[in-house]
Design a binder for this molecule. Structure first.
Ligand SMILES: Nc1nc2c(ncn2[C@@H]2O[C@H](COP(=O)(O)OP(=O)(O)OP(=O)(O)O)[C@@H](O)[C@H]2O)c(=O)[nH]1
Ligand SMILES: [Mg+2]
Length: 351
């Protein structure tokens, strides 16, 4: 999964990126246009348990790729910047709530709701530019009688998107059918992407009533004190623990953020196990077994025969695969089986 951190200038995107990934990119580098990339593994105690049981040569965690996008997403954002947001699965809006006279706010005041609107307007405008161009082109070929059925379907779908954008609403409100969504997938409309909000607060405001109030007025939001967390990351293990305890915080934000992201984006994990490798995979809720197989390798999707399946919880309870089988909890599932969180799959295939 790939996520882009976006927001207004100096909202703390790079600081959040450092806090979540442990990177040490320069912050306050106003005007720099370089995006940063970092991959973090998704902590998962179930995977650790499986690794203890199977003792494989390799244990592979699921991972999340973060992209730190510099500068502002607003009504005058650089098309190069918005273009670099298109290839991701979801957007993370980093919104400033911290007060600091040394860090000028581009709009001269701290106002999270207004900033959220600014970002959303920026995304709507970026999508409009793409939609407009495409509509023009399709219109021409339709009026010349040179349009295929696909072209006409695509035109209708983009028109639906454009209708929402013109009302300053996201394309996600267009009520596109699966077919329509497919026909315009290649445009990667930003306002069709799911998003999360990270409210960047001062350390003394982490759990304050004011922060709670702001959070409740923002969609899919959680608070982070990014500069404090980036500092804590630099401490060694022991100091870090002590520091967190002092603050009355159990852990760094990464775990909570990942849980939030999985929940909001409707993601689940399944596992593959064996002597060679124990591995966690991420798919969307509702994914059929044949598609989950394709995640592992395209051959497994193409030549899918069946998925031998049991659940992590049954394995933990019974202690071994043999006992799971003895208890009749081992299943043979077909292509259309909907994979559940915690399933352990072994795909049988033939190509
Ligand atoms: N006081 C305070 N300062 C912060 C906090 N988070 C970030 N900053 C400061 O705000 C400034 C901008 O932070 P960055 O992380 O570079 O912000 P950015 O959004 O990446 O900025 P651009 O990429 O230039 O748009 C830096 O000087 C940070 O140290 C915070 O929680 N509290
Ligand atoms: Mg930055």
């Amino acid at each position: 999964m790939k996520l882009a951190m976006i927001g207004l200038e100096s909202s703390g995107k790079t600081t959040v990126f450092n806090a979540l990934t442990g990177a040490e990119k320069e912050v306050g580098a106003f005007g720099k246009i370089e995006a940063h990339l970092s991959v973090v593994k998704v902590p998962d105690e179930r995977l650790e348990w499986l690794s203890d049981l199977y003792n494989p040569r390799k244990t592979v965690y699921a991972s999340i790729e973060f992209v730190d996008i510099p500068g502002s997403i607003n009504d005058s954002s650089d098309p190069k910047i918005t273009a670099s947001c298109r290839e991701v699965d979801a957007l993370v809006f980093v919104i400033r709530a911290f007060e600091d006279p040394n860090v000028p706010h581009p709009l001269n005041s701290v106002d999270p709701l207004r900033d959220l609107e600014q970002i959303q307007t920026g995304l709507v405008l970026a999508d409009m530019a793409i939609a407009e161009k495409r509509l023009e082109k399709l219109e021409k070929s339709i009026s010349k009688g040179a349009a295929s059925k696909e072209d006409k379907d695509e035109f209708a779908a983009i028109r639906k998107v454009m209708d929402r954008l013109e009302e300053e609403e996201p394309a996600s409100r267009a009520g596109l059918t699966e077919q329509e969504e497919k026909s315009i997938r290649s445009f990667q409309f930003l306002t069709l992407k799911p998003f999360l909000v990270l409210l960047n607060v001062s350390d003394n405001e982490l759990n304050s009533p004011a922060t709670e109030k702001t959070l409740s007025s923002l969609p899919e939001a959680m608070a982070i004190s990014a500069s404090m967390e980036a500092e804590i990351r630099r401490l060694d293990e022991e100091d870090r623990k002590a520091f967190l305890e002092d603050l009355g915080v159990k852990e760094l934000s990464l775990n909570a953020f990942i849980r939030k992201a999985y929940g909001t984006l409707g993601l689940i994990s399944f596992f593959t196990v064996g002597e060679d490798e124990v591995r966690a995979w991420t798919v969307k809720e509702g994914t059929p077994a044949v598609k989950a197989a394709g995640k592992i390798h395209s051959d497994l999707e193409r030549g899918f025969i069946r998925a031998e399946t049991f659940s992590f919880e049954d394995l933990r309870e019974k202690g071994s695969e043999r006992e799971v089988k003895n208890a009749g909890l081992f299943r043979l599932e077909g292509k259309g089986y909907i994979v559940k969180d915690g399933d352990i799959l072994s795909i049988k295939f033939n190509v």
